[in-house]
Ligand binder design. Structure first.
Ligand SMILES: *[C@@H]1O[C@H](CO)[C@@H](O)[C@H](O)[C@H]1NC(C)=O
Ligand SMILES: *[C@@H]1O[C@H](CO)[C@@H](O)[C@H](O)[C@H]1NC(C)=O
Length: 306
């Protein structure tokens, strides 16, 4: 187990913000952040309502989950619906037109994939609220966002526990910035009403853990797939940037010829739902340096058990 000294924590905290770029505050307003949060809550809300319409208690029981779990999942669904209503009225109170629900494609085929996707969405939700916190100007909004974040975090632990994953795999959660979260949400969104307007966010080229890999451990070599086949990756050096609250850990990544695949490894210190981007420059996470990602990589185990 790693020893944490006070000075290493202070040093680490001093790095927060300087190594993980937050969006320029002048371009992202509090209303933008509320719209962004509402965009994510709509996605989660629709996801649970659709899943609970797809699957009955009987389906859950057949999948080895009991009635208590089913009831708790209905409560999770209620929470997301209530978050949507709350953010919608906050935006109306700020004289903005709240974004409406989009249409989505979740690709869920079984109770197991419903629960697995739920766990992933809750984890992204936690990292999204955490990453947005520093950009929120109004303190009342910050407290409200915090009160949603803690609930999403408990949803996440509950769903992870139900899948025999560590409910709290590490001492710090990873913040994701607006573009990183949007990159992860975009594949689920089929189309949105024209009236929603455009959020000041963009999606990077997608990146995903190669589907042939079923278990990922510390120090393992992994393959990440991207669909972007326009760039000539062969000419560059690449890095995998693993996101943490104290800034990314960069490890070399190798482009595997013409297969749109990168090979890299899992550095020590990352457990649970982890996020990794491919960058073209070491120690650089600006939009210009990001090649693809983030990919979500579930690293087994927990920090204190390493
Ligand atoms: C619900 O079922 C449809 C049809 O099988 C599927 O496309 C969709 O992804 C499912 N959604 C959820 C959240 O279970
Ligand atoms: C990972 O590799 C490092 C460096 O070789 C080593 O010190 C560490 O013990 C390894 N950790 C695990 C969990 O294998």
């Amino acid at each position: 187990m790693k020893t944490l000294t006070i000075s290493s924590v202070v040093l680490a905290l001093a790095n927060i913000g300087s190594t993980h770029p937050t969006p320029k505050k002048s371009t992202i307003t509090d209303v933008d952040i509320l719209q962004y949060a509402l965009t994510l809550e709509h996605l989660e809300d629709k996801f649970y309502r659709e899943g609970l319409a797809n699957f009955t208690l009987k389906h859950f029981e057949e999948a080895g989950l009991d009635e208590t779990f089913y009831k708790n999942l209905n409560e999770v669904s209620y929470d997301e619906t209530t978050h949507v209503a709350f953010l919608t009225s906050a935006l109306k109170a700020a004289n903005a037109t709240p974004v409406a629900e989009c249409t989505y494609s979740f690709g869920v085929t079984s109770v197991a994939s419903f629960i697995a996707t739920a766990g992933i969405l809750e984890g992204v939700g936690v990292s999204a609220y955490l990453g947005a916190a520093a950009s929120i100007m109004n303190k009342d909004y910050l407290t409200a966002a915090g009160s949603i974040l803690t609930v999403e975090s408990r949803h996440s632990s509950y769903l992870r526990g139900a899948q025999k994953q560590s409910p709290f795999p590490q001492p710090f959660d990873a913040p994701l910035d607006f573009n990183e979260v949007y990159t992860l949400a975009a594949p689920f969104i089929t189309s949105c009403p024209e009236s929603n307007g455009k959020l000041p966010v963009k999606a990077f080229p997608m990146l995903a853990l190669d589907p042939s890999i079923t278990k990922v451990e510390t120090n393992a070599t992994i393959t990440l797939d991207t669909k972007d086949d326009e760039s000539n990756y062969g000419k560059h050096e690449f890095y995998a940037a693993w996101i943490s609250v104290t800034g990314p850990t960069y490890v070399p990544a190798k482009w595997c010829g013409d297969k749109n695949k990168f090979e890299t490894m899992v550095p020590p210190g990352f457990h649970g739902q982890s996020y990794v981007l491919i960058t073209g420059t070491k120690d650089c996470m600006t939009d210009d340096c990001v090649v693809a990602g983030p990919a979500i990589v579930e690293v087994s185990g927990a920090s204190g058990m390493e």
